[in-house]
Design a protein around this ligand. Structure first.
Ligand code: DX5
Ligand code: ZN
Length: 226
């Protein structure tokens, strides 16, 4: 039961002076959800956005907001992110001492729950928790920055995660994040990813958002429906 293919543009690479316009353009170009990277400067070596930006994105679109938390001990901030408009809240397995509790919190708030794993984290660590998860986010770069090169060693893990999700009998999303572009999109979808987080491949000052999406779709044509 592989869910449909979805593009999740990451606003990390958007022009923040025109955030609302960029989100609307991404929506018109075919985005299924908007990916928002929250970073704390501790779990990852970068500090980005919080509730204020989630609220602004919420006012710009009716698409689901897919909020990727790269923050240590996220529990105390999760209710505020939900209030701000997050529909899917993804925490890193590496940041949660009590992952079952954190996923329960997210679900009790009425959001979809996601778990992200870093490139070094094995898929097998998801086995006891996969039944609670709506989305697994396989990091295909080390988290922290947009525009990094794809780490090819993560490809077998995407397959393993897809198999774990299939075994639940539920339509669990497998998302890939980092270095997804025209060169890598076929490999990750073939491996079983169905949510494609795309930052620098669609938000650039060198081409339009629509052009970025067209390039990606062009590579998929003939390989996969969607
Ligand atoms: C990186 C973030 C990504 C980032 C992806 O830590 O989680 O969402 O925006 O950017 P690209 O697609 O440029 O690699
Ligand atoms: Zn992300």
């Amino acid at each position: 039961m592989i869910p449909s293919l979805k593009f999740a543009p990451s606003i990390l690479s958007a022009d923040f002076t025109r955030l609302g316009t960029h989100i609307k353009e991404a929506e018109s170009a075919g985005a299924a959800q908007i990916h928002i990277d929250v970073m704390d400067g501790r779990f990852v070596p970068n500090l980005t956005m919080g509730s204020v930006v989630i609220e602004a994105a919420r006012r710009s679109t009716t698409l689901p907001l897919d909020v990727h938390l790269m923050i240590i001990e996220p529990d105390h901030l999760i209710p505020a992110f939900r209030r701000a408009g997050a529909d899917i809240i993804t925490v890193h397995l590496e940041t949660c001492l009590h992952l079952h509790r954190t996923l329960s919190l997210i679900k009790n708030l009425g959001a979809k729950a996601g778990v992200a794993i870093n490139p070094h984290t094995p898929a097998s660590l998801l086995s006891e928790i996969i039944h609670m998860v709506d989305l697994v986010l396989v990091m295909t770069v080390n988290p922290g920055f947009g525009g990094q090169p794809f780490i090819h060693e993560t490809l077998p893990k995407i397959k393993q995660v897809r198999a774990l999700c299939e075994a639940t009998g539920r339509a669990v999303d497998v998302s890939v994040d980092g270095g997804i572009n025209a060169d890598t999109i076929v490999d990750v979808t073939t491996a079983g990813a169905n949510v494609l987080v795309v930052g620098s491949a669609v938000f650039s000052d060198k081409f339009s958002i629509q052009h970025g999406f067209d390039q990606l779709r062009g590579k998929l044509a003939g390989h996969i429906d969607g």
